[in-house]
Design a protein around this ligand. Structure first.
Ligand code: SF4
Ligand code: SF4
Length: 396
C-alpha cells in the first residue's frame, strides 16, 4: 500500500470502525442518494466500511474512488447517526462522513485517480480562475462583476459581498436583489477587486492544492482592500469560508463571515426593512443542506418568509436530518447530472404533496436542478432573496 494510503487508513480507521462495528445503518434512509438509487455501495455505511477494507489491505483507493462520487455532502447521515445523536449529547461528537468523503476524493486525486467530469471541470476552473458554470454559460474573470452593472457599488472597504460563481454568472438576479435590499437598508458594502472561485467545489472534488491556491488568492485580495467582513449569500461559500479557510490559515484568518440570510432577518427584526408589497403565492421552503443540516440555520429563512405579506406558507415537517436534499451539492451535478435530476425530482414531489405553487430556496446551486424538476409539476422555484426584494418593492 503506498504511503499516502497508509496514512489515510491510520487517520480514518477509528472513525470507520466506530461505524462498522455498529452496523445499524440508520443513515441510509436519510441519504438522498440512497433514497433514489438503493445502491448499497453508495451508502454512508459503505463509505466507512471501505476504509476498514483499505486498512486491512483488501481494497485500494482506485477500487472505490468512483463510489465516493455519489454523495452530495448534505450531512444528513451525520445528524441521523446515533453516534452523533447519543454520544454527541455528551461529548459533542459528530460522525464525519462528509469529511471522510472529501478525504477519499483527495486521496484519489493525489494518487492519480480522477473522475473525468471533475478533472475537466477543475482544469477549466484553474484556467479561468472561477467555476466553468454548468451548461456552458460563458464565463471568464473579466465578467465576474457584470452582475452588478449599474448598481454603482464600490470596490473594497470594510465589508464586501462575495457572490458565488453560479449566482455571478447564471443567477444574476439573486445578487442584484441582495445588493438592492442592502442599499435600501443603508447597509454599506463593496465588491472584491479580483474575485476567484472560493475553492469549495475543488476541495469537495478532491483537488485540494487548487482549493488552497484559490483561497490564498481571495484572502490576499481581501487584505489588500482592507476587508474585515465578508457577506455571503451562497450556503456553499458559507461552509468554505467558515470551515475550509480556518483550516487552511489557522489563527491568521481574522475575517468575519456573515450569512446574508441571517443579516436580512436581523434587519427585518430591527425594523430597518419592512416587507410591504403582498406576494400572492402558496409556498414551501427548501432547506439548503449546507444551512440547515450542516450549520443549523433554518429559523431565519422562515422568519423572512413569515414577514412577507400575502404569502401562504406551508412549512415542511422535516427539518434537520430529515429535510430533503436537491442533489445539487458535492460536485454530483458535474459527474452525475442524471442522479442530481432524480434527487431534485424527489424533492419537488414532496413540495407538490403540500399543494404549493412555489418552492422557495436560499441556495443558488440548488435552484437550477430544482427549477428543471419544478417545470414538470408547474411548481415555480424562487429564491428567498428575490422574493424578499419583491415584497420590499425593489426590482433586481
Ligand atoms: S448511522 Fe452512523 S454508525 Fe450507523 S451505519 Fe450510518 S454512519 Fe455508520
Ligand atoms: S452526506 Fe448526504 S449524500 Fe453524502 S452520504 Fe451522507 S446523507 Fe448521503
Amino acid at each position: 500500500m503506498p504511503d499516502p494510503e497508509k496514512r489515510f487508513a491510520e487517520e480514518w480507521r477509528n472513525a470507520a470502525y466506530n461505524c462498522f462495528s455498529s452496523g445499524h445503518k440508520f443513515c441510509r434512509e436519510v441519504c438522498p442518494v440512497m433514497q433514489v438509487t438503493r445502491n448499497e455501495s453508495w451508502s454512508p455505511t459503505a463509505f466507512h466500511a471501505n476504509v476498514v477494507a483499505m486498512e486491512k489491505g483488501e481494497l485500494e483507493v482506485a477500487d472505490v474512488a468512483a463510489d465516493y462520487v455519489n454523495c452530495t455532502g448534505c450531512g444528513a447521515c451525520e445528524l441521523r447517526c446515533p453516534n452523533s445523536l447519543f454520544t454527541g449529547d455528551f461529548y459533542r461528537f459528530r460522525t464525519r462522513t462528509v469529511d471522510l468523503v472529501k478525504a477519499v476524493r483527495g486521496l484519489a486525486v493525489s494518487q492519480g485517480v480522477h473522475q473525468p467530469g471533475w478533472q475537466r471541470w477543475n482544469l477549466l476552473t484553474d484556467e479561468r480562475r472561477h467555476e466553468p458554470v454548468l451548461n456552458g454559460t460563458p464565463v471568464d474573470q473579466a465578467r465576474v462583476r457584470d452582475w452588478a452593472d449599474g448598481l454603482d457599488l464600490p470596490i473594497g472597504g470594510e465589508t464586501i459581498l462575495f457572490v458565488d460563481c453560479e449566482a455571478a454568472f447564471y443567477r444574476t438576479s439573486v445578487p442584484r436583489s441582495v445588493a438592492r435590499i442592502l442599499n435600501l437598508a443603508g447597509y454599506k458594502f463593496g465588491l472584491m477587486n479580483e474575485q476567484w472561485c472560493c475553492g469549495g467545489p475543488a476541495a469537495e472534488m478532491g483537488y485540494e492544492e487548487q482549493a488552497r491556491r484559490f483561497a490564498q488568492h481571495n484572502l490576499d485580495d481581501w487584505r489588500a482592500a482592507g476587508v474585515r467582513r465578508v457577506l455571503v449569500l451562497d450556503p456553499h461559500d458559507y461552509i468554505t469560508f467558515t470551515e475550509d479557510y480556518p483550516k487552511y490559515f489557522g489563527d491568521a484568518y481574522d475575517i468575519e463571515i456573515v450569512l446574508v440570510v441571517e443579516l436580512l432577518a436581523e434587519l427585518i427584526r430591527e425594523g430597518r426593512l419592512t416587507p410591504h408589497v403582498p406576494v400572492e403565492r402558496t409556498v414551501t421552503y427548501h432547506d439548503p443542506c449546507r444551512l440547515n443540516k450542516r450549520k443549523g440555520v433554518w429559523r431565519e429563512p422562515r422568519e423572512i418568509l413569515r414577514a412577507i405579506p400575502g404569502l401562504t406558507f406551508h412549512d415542511v415537517d422535516r427539518v434537520t436530518q430529515w429535510s430533503y436534499c436537491s442533489g445539487g451539492g458535492g460536485g454530483l451535478p458535474v459527474e452525475k447530472p442524471e442522479l442530481t435530476a432524480k434527487i431534485s425530482e424527489h424533492r419537488v414531489e414532496k413540495a407538490a404533496e403540500l399543494g404549493v405553487d412555489t418552492l422557495v430556496s436560499a441556495c443558488p446551486w440548488s435552484e437550477r436542478p430544482l427549477s428543471e424538476a419544478g417545470r414538470a409539476r408547474s411548481i415555480d422555484v424562487v429564491d428567498l432573496h428575490e422574493l424578499l426584494a419583491e415584497s420590499l418593492g425593489v426590482a433586481p
